[in-house]
Design a protein around this ligand. Structure first.
Ligand SMILES: [Zn+2]
Length: 149
């Protein structure tokens, strides 16, 4: 038995987008991201066992999915988050051009219009790092869930 709670939390992490070029793209450390997620979720679940955490992560966050999953398993062992599923919705990076109004989906962190080549563009998506929701088990425990036998 689990219940889904809406939990939209904007993680307050530094991001370096807008002035970076492809050669200086910041590689975000997945372990640090997972620590921030775990801390944020554990603060809110009141010792309920968490079964699933849903995230929305923008392309510019440079998150490597496998590294994120690995870090999550590592960090959540012996906590109320142990065994929880990390569900990630990846958001592409898009910009809107101020010159021609076109929207471009970017593959590299270079802010340029794909239609006219202008650099006068505004980042519309791709910078997200959100905890969208988490599912928790109904029962309340006094402490961390013991590992399964
Ligand atoms: Zn343009």
């Amino acid at each position: 038995m689990s219940a889904s709670y809406p939990l939209v939390v904007r993680c307050d992490l530094p991001v370096n987008v807008g002035t970076v070029d492809a050669t200086k793209a910041v590689h975000v450390h997945e372990l640090a991201l997972c620590e921030a997620i775990a801390r944020t979720v554990l603060d809110r679940v009141e010792h309920r066992r968490v079964t699933r955490v849903a995230l929305r992560i923008g392309h510019f966050r440079q998150v490597v999915p496998d590294a994120l999953t690995f870090s999550w398993e590592l960090l959540t062992t012996d906590t109320d988050l142990e065994g929880s599923e990390l569900e990630v919705e990846h958001v592409p990076a898009t910009v809107e051009c101020s010159e021609c109004g076109a929207f471009t989906t970017l593959q590299l962190p270079v802010l340029v219009c794909g239609t006219c080549g202008s650099h006068t563009v505004t980042l519309r998506t791709g910078n997200e790092f959100l905890i969208v929701s988490c599912d928790v088990a109904e029962e309340v425990r006094d402490g961390p869930v013991p590992p399964p036998q």
